[in-house]
Design a binder for this molecule. Sequence first.
Ligand SMILES: *[C@@H]1O[C@H](CO)[C@@H](O)[C@H](O)[C@H]1NC(C)=O
Ligand SMILES: *[C@@H]1O[C@H](CO)[C@@H](O)[C@H](O)[C@H]1NC(C)=O
Ligand SMILES: *[C@@H]1O[C@H](CO)[C@@H](O)[C@H](O)[C@H]1NC(C)=O
Ligand SMILES: *[C@@H]1O[C@H](CO)[C@@H](O)[C@H](O)[C@H]1NC(C)=O
Ligand SMILES: *[C@@H]1O[C@H](CO)[C@@H](O)[C@H](O)[C@H]1NC(C)=O
Ligand SMILES: *[C@@H]1O[C@H](CO)[C@@H](O)[C@H](O)[C@H]1NC(C)=O
Ligand SMILES: *[C@@H]1O[C@H](CO)[C@@H](O)[C@H](O)[C@H]1NC(C)=O
Ligand SMILES: *[C@@H]1O[C@H](CO)[C@@H](O)[C@H](O)[C@H]1NC(C)=O
Length: 424
Amino acid sequence: MMQSSAVGLAALVLASCLLLSGKAATTTAANSRTLTQSLTSSINLNTSDTPVTINATTAGKFVRFLVVGDWGRTADTASLNQPQCSLTDFGGDNGLLGGIQQAETALEMDRVCQYVGGCQFVVGTGDNFYECGVYPGDTTGRLYSDWIDIYKNPVKTPTIANLTWYNVFGNHDMAINGSVEQEIAFTNSTPGWQIPSNYFLKDFDINGVTMRGIFVDSNPFIIKYNGSAKYYRQYFIDHSNPSYINQQQQFINQAMKSSTAMWTFVVSHYPLFGTATNYGNDAGAFPGQFNGWSMLLDSINQYKPVAYLNGHDHSLSLGVPPANKTNGYTQYYTSGAGSIGSQTDSCAERANYAYSNGGNGGFVLVTVNATVWQADYYTLGSNFPQCTVKSSVNTATPATYSPGCALGLSNTCCNGTNAKACTT
Ligand SMILES: *[C@@H]1O[C@H](CO)[C@@H](O)[C@H](O)[C@H]1NC(C)=O
Ligand SMILES: *[C@@H]1O[C@H](CO)[C@@H](O)[C@H](O)[C@H]1NC(C)=O
Ligand SMILES: *[C@@H]1O[C@H](CO)[C@@H](O)[C@H](O)[C@H]1NC(C)=O
Ligand SMILES: *[C@@H]1O[C@H](CO)[C@@H](O)[C@H](O)[C@H]1NC(C)=O
Ligand SMILES: *[C@@H]1O[C@H](CO)[C@@H](O)[C@H](O)[C@H]1NC(C)=O
Ligand SMILES: *[C@@H]1O[C@H](CO)[C@@H](O)[C@H](O)[C@H]1NC(C)=O
Ligand SMILES: *[C@@H]1O[C@H](CO)[C@@H](O)[C@H](O)[C@H]1NC(C)=O
Ligand SMILES: *[C@@H]1O[C@H](CO)[C@@H](O)[C@H](O)[C@H]1NC(C)=O
């Protein structure tokens, strides 16, 4: 989300909201940090806190993976106003602050994985390289500056440095001609980077736990991007058509239907039920929208994957579909706060979520064994999760939410009574 072009003002307002939310947090939570502390890059996790998460003693019996989205902002200011990445179209976000929060979030991912006894892989929910993706040949070195040096660094992030990432594409990967192809090419050239094709599946068998991840290219579902000067037009012309969308849907249905894994999950960049973007509900709100979303939702409701994981909204949230769009089992996690967090994104669609972290940086940690699938939401600055969702392997049993999932909206910019206070 956050595609506003009101450059300076939006950045200023956002920065001041982040400062405000940081200050407010210190008065309410024992181990919160102010943004000032966050800028020093010193994360001191308070090990006196009892984590809700399954701990190191039981490591090995579980599989743990991180879910993080909307992350690559470390060198994005340098790429702005380069060919195919115009300041006019992409000037709305704050690259400097985003880069700092990206580094902070990476450190916290590392600390949390260390604390729980190790993680096994990472799911990236898209918007991998802001603002516009990477140039063919990655001539500006974004893979190193925004990924290798941040997450694969054996000194800064030793616990997660060797993990493989399974990614999807987001809209910000789609502006530069050749970016999609280059990100796919990284799969063969770079250990730990996986996007073998626009959409794909991955079967995991780790510690006796089997999982099938289905990684979806939902970009062409959004017809307003087809013909938008912002994005690389040829990609949408080639893919925003019934042939591609039906072909992918057949792949998704077959992948769900044939899955013999204990757990099947779906990854896509955009929320079906998010706090700002809401493609599962808003068919009429996006004129010309393709039927890709309703086909995907029908498939989810038929085959009951344990979770749909997405980014795009720059916050962490737990979506709640309306009664006539839920199968009573599948959970909708938004994890799109890998660099900048946005109060605006975290508040707009208040009816559709059980939890929102109020638009701060963070990620989700999923812990899995043969019978329990648990998602923990970690907001920057805390070593305990704010919201924990547990799903059973029995698809007739609904997930349970921890008390923290009902809290959300703890900052003064977006407190539930005046959701858009930050932008007006
Ligand atoms: C760590 O957490 C404990 C328990 O929540 C609290 O009593 C203590 O003050 C915290 N220490 C720091 C340095 O924040
Ligand atoms: C970790 O889990 C074990 C087994 O449940 C328990 O005995 C131990 O106290 C836990 N450790 C921490 C730090 O919570
Ligand atoms: C996009 O890139 C391809 C391959 O490099 C090139 O053939 C094509 O002309 C480019 N299209 C535009 C519109 O720049
Ligand atoms: C993990 O480390 C080993 C040994 O250094 C290396 O061969 C392998 O490519 C690394 N894997 C990833 C995913 O980075
Ligand atoms: C996408 O744009 C192309 C070129 O303008 C057009 O031919 C095509 O019909 C569009 N696709 C959809 C689904 O509207
Ligand atoms: C689902 O319920 C909403 C009201 O909550 C209603 O507007 C909509 O038409 C219903 N959709 C279907 C397919 O029944
Ligand atoms: C999975 O973990 C839960 C919670 O720790 C535990 O109750 C359950 O027995 C475990 N299941 C298996 C198959 O180990
Ligand atoms: C929420 O925001 C509104 C408008 O800024 C303010 O009037 C109200 O006092 C705030 N409520 C809380 C609980 O902070």
